[in-house]
Design a protein around this ligand. Structure first.
Ligand code: PMP
Ligand code: GLN
Length: 385
């Protein structure tokens, strides 16, 4: 019998447990091959682990500086300048965070209040909307075209109102795998001219692009960079999602405001890991080889699926592959995904939860950041359906 009757007036009455936890637990229970939540099932580079151990042994076991270890901020800044030709001042324009998730949550908390509108492009990764709502903001949705996942920029512009405070973009895009082109970035830039709208550019998959597609960072565009927080994640790039290490870069004035919240939100991120990453980043091949590494995995998975009844959606980047199962079943996507786990021992992510109003287009997302053996086994099961 509870001693106290909690009458919770929920700030998030409609938010359920994230699909990644729901499907992940089900996969575990049924011992299914898990291609659901996005994480590698192989180990990171042992030399990176050695660097962390070394940093711990050297005594980097207490709080790191609030904005992050300076060598790491310098290395990130150098990397961005090399790749996208923009200089971010390591001291004033760069903060290391506990994954991109914390960067995004803290930016939204620092800038969004009651009644502020935030444009979110759907389908969208699931951490944006609750962060907006818990801060009293209003998510305003623009749905990508359901065949090729292109954004209709006239539709986007029609959503801008005097209350629009922020726009969130994500390229390469989770879950569709599309990449914003230079033309898209210029459309975005033009659409926001003469406004004070801030952008969150979620670029956690910046190093995973295929078939010659180039990542167009918001930092490359003057009219975007001056109003954008670019968010990155080492979890995706170095196969260390469990280390929860990310960062954001943005103009000094915005970063100053961001840190007012960041310092009381987490204060700082893991010290030893930051020291290790600062060394590891000195070798660009550690991240520049990732495109090829994952393109091979995507191709292996798609080849192995070629005799299946799934219809494949083009994946230009990220480590996700969308498939249409409409020729196999007409069940709702979550029902189908759960049945795949229970009856066929294979886990994927249903997409309806990421769409506006939960629209179900019979799409599943498979993560191919897995060993070749796992991908082959998974495809074998999927070809039998
Ligand atoms: N944004 C997107 C689009 C993602 O897929 C993820 C998933 N990891 C994140 C942000 C969060 O990144 P992190 O794990 O660094 O918090
Ligand atoms: N980004 C990962 C994905 O899309 C999930 C991370 C999480 O569960 N929050 O699968």
């Amino acid at each position: 019998m509870p001693l106290y009757n909690h009458k919770i007036n929920s700030k998030l009455p409609n938010i359920k447990t994230t699909i990644f936890t729901v499907i992940g637990q089900l996969a575990h229970e049924h011992k299914a091959i898990n291609l659901s939540q996005g994480f590698p099932n192989f180990e990171p580079d042992p030399s990176l682990i050695d660097l962390v151990t070394k940093a711990m042994k050297q005594g980097y076991n207490q709080y790191a500086p609030m904005a992050g270890v300076m060598e790491l901020r310098e290395m990130i800044s150098e990397k961005i300048e090399q790749l996208y030709s923009r200089h971010y001042h390591p001291d004033k324009e760069m903060t290391v965070t506990i994954g991109a998730t914390q960067a995004i949550f803290t930016i939204i908390t620092a800038f969004i209040g009651k009644g502020d509108e935030v444009i979110v492009i759907k389908p969208a990764y699931d951490c944006y909307e609750p962060a907006i709502e818990v801060n009293g903001g209003i998510p305003v949705f623009v749905q990508l075209n359901n065949t090729d996942f292109k954004l209709d920029w006239a539709l986007f512009r029609s959503k801008i109102t005097p209350r629009t405070k922020m726009v969130i973009i994500n390229t390469p895009h989770n879950p569709s795998g599309i990449i914003f082109s230079k033309a898209d970035m210029l459309e975005l830039q033009k659409s926001l001219e003469n406004t004070n709208i801030i952008i969150i550019s979620d670029e956690v998959y910046e190093h995973i692009t295929f078939d010659g597609h180039k990542h167009e960072s918001a930092s490359k565009y003057e009219g975007l960079a001056s109003r954008t927080f670019v968010c990155g994640s080492f979890g995706k790039t170095f196969h260390i999602t469990g280390w929860k290490m990310g960062y954001c870069a943005g103009p000094a004035e915005l970063m100053h405001e961001f840190r007012k919240t960041h310092q009381f939100n987490v204060f700082s991120a893991d010290h030893a890991v930051q020291k290790a990453l600062a060394s590891y980043l000195k070798e660009p091949q550690h991240y520049l080889g990732l495109n090829q590494f994952y393109q091979k995995k995507r191709d292996l998975f798609l080849d192995a699926l070629s005799t299946s009844r799934f219809k494949i959606k083009p994946s230009q980047g990220t480590y996700f592959q969308l498939v249409d199962y409409g020729d196999i079943s007409q069940e709702p996507d979550q029902v189908f995904a759960e049945r795949l786990v229970k009856e066929h021992k294979i886990a994927s992510i249903p997409i309806s939860g990421f769409n506006t109003k939960g629209t179900d287009e019979h799409l599943l997302r498979f993560c191919f950041a897995k060993t070749d053996e796992t991908l082959e086994k998974a495809a074998e099961i999927l070809c039998r359906l």
